[in-house]
Ligand binder design. Structure first.
Ligand code: FNR
Length: 345
């Protein structure tokens, strides 16, 4: 492991954290529920559980992929894993490419299993890897699922990023054919189009995390890392998470669609579930709480999200996550304009 690679891992965390902003516009503002007056059930009737492929999750949100690959990020993975173990939510580690190349870095990821022996843990590799790398990543953590991150815009803006994406479909096919645990194809904050969802589905993919725009912005992070020419025009590239969920509507019943990107609140989670997501990933918001506060604060936040979600399910008359997916939701503003232009939703 070179210092340069450790630096990149540390930089991703510190730059993501420095750009983190809680206030301001959220693409979820364009989605609204209608208040009906008689919930006809008790908060105690709510069952928040859900499923991703064959995996059963007690809660419909998880800690999304972030880190590993350096001493500092090992500590962060350890902290996130203890929080996941204590709160019973699933967790993904960040890209394990470095540990596949440099075995001495394995424990910066495997700490996730050490601290959370019985929890649901997702391994993570990039689409530039083949199924063999995926198997190694799973083995490292005895992972319950594999995330394959799809991040062409990040690679393009990243000074040292990949420039050839022509092998991706072959790699996707390998993951689908050779990996036994559920495979989650995942964007990193640029969203999905219905055409790309259809292409993955045609290859046999079953689970897609839409990873939309609106939260952590890897164009911005990689652009900041560029020394000279800046790719400023790519700063707002991609579909927001609500736009991506609307792009996915034709596939909600035939694929397990996961939502992530810019999710901060229980209401963002509920809106994503109402648009058909089976579960919702949160990265930047949880990292911010862990870094700026501590593990206790993150546990409190997660317990608060569970409690508020049960209240929202009740107001919507939904006893289960499946029932929540039947709830009406109104699409307004720029998201509505986008749907009309794309003839979706
Ligand atoms: C990420 N993300 C990410 N995703 C992935 O699949 N592999 C990775 O290695 C990383 N690395 C990473 C580092 C840091 C510091 C952050 C904050 C995020 C992307 C993450 O899983 C998610 O898709 C995006 O961050 C969008 O979600 P949020 O942050 O808006 O909730």
């Amino acid at each position: 492991m070179t210092t340069e690679q450790q630096n990149r891992k540390n930089q991703h965390v510190s730059i993501a954290e420095s750009f983190y902003h809680k206030e301001g516009e959220s693409p979820f503002q364009d989605l609204r529920f209608v208040h009906h007056n008689f919930p006809n059930m008790a908060v105690g009737d709510v069952d928040l559980s859900t499923s991703i492929g064959k995996l059963k999750l007690d809660y419909p949100f998880y800690i999304n992929a972030m880190t590993g690959g350096s001493e500092w990020t090992k500590k962060l993975n350890a902290g996130l894993s203890r929080v996941a173990a204590q709160t019973g939510i699933a967790m993904a580690v960040g890209s394990q490419s470095v540990a596949i190349r440099e075995p001495e870095m394995i424990e910066t990821f495997s700490v996730a299993r050490k601290e959370n022996p019985h929890g649901l843990i997702f391994a993570n590799v990039g689409a530039n890897h083949n199924a063999q790398a995926g198997l190694q990543a799973i083995e490292m953590l005895q992972a319950d699922a594999l995330q394959v991150h799809i991040n062409a815009p990040q690679e393009i803006v990243m000074p040292e990023g990949d420039r050839d994406f022509s092998m991706w479909p072959d790699h996707f096919q390998g993951f689908i054919d050779q990996i036994q645990v559920p495979v989650i194809f995942k964007e990193v904050g640029f969203g999905f189009s219905k055409q790309s969802i259809q292409q993955l589905k045609a290859l046999g993919a079953e689970i897609i995390d839409l990873g939309g725009r609106g939260g952590t912005n890897f164009s911005q992070i990689e652009n900041f890392r560029r020394k000279e020419y800046k790719y400023d025009d790519l700063l707002d590239w991609g579909q927001t998470t609500p736009e991506s969920l609307l792009e996915a509507q034709d596939h909600i019943s035939s694929l397990d669609i996961l939502a992530s990107g810019g999710v901060r609140t229980a209401m963002d989670i509920a809106k994503s579930l109402a648009l058909g997501a089976k579960a919702v990933g949160i990265a930047g918001e949880f990292l911010h709480t862990l870094i700026k506060e501590d593990e206790e604060a993150l546990i409190d936040k997660i317990e608060g999200l569970k409690e508020e979600l049960a209240g929202i399910y009740t107001l919507l008359g939904a006893r289960t996550t499946q029932e929540l997916a039947q709830t009406d939701i109104i699409v307004c503003g720029q998201t509505k304009d986008y749907c009309q232009a794309r003839e979706i939703g």
